[in-house]
Write a protein that binds this ligand. Sequence first.
Ligand code: TYD
Length: 135
Amino acid sequence: RVDPCRLIDLPDHSDDRGGLTVVEGGRDVPFEIRRVYYIHGVPDGAARGAHGHRRLRQLIVALHGAFDVVVDDGHASARFRLDSPGRGLYVGPMIWRDMVDFTPDAVGLWLVSELYDPADYYRDYAEFRRDARAL
Ligand code: TYD
């Protein structure tokens, strides 16, 4: 079955010197972290994502600013506003996602379970939905 998307509160070690948030692979997220990337400078009105993954798992964190992630398991969709470096959205396999409504200062961090592999992507929503609904 579809591994549900969920918000994860991350371990916080902030003190009077500032904030410090930790993500440990296999502990704070249910996968080992093999790749990291970040998205920044998203123009007003631009949308990202519009794909699904066969196997890849990920944690998405708005390190600065805010954006929305719309997730869809082929049956229903849910929208999450990410606006805190202390909380991430876990997205498992077989989820279609769109990222929208970025604030101009938004910096998004992606911690993911796999190296980049175009073959792991669904880029066609109808194909994704057919396979997701057959699970
Ligand atoms: P894309 O998948 O469109 O980004 P997103 O869906 O997260 O908005 O990726 C944009 C380009 O960057 C595309 O040509 C593929 C390339 N890319 C890599 O080469 N390696 C990576 O790890 C990622 C995430 C993207």
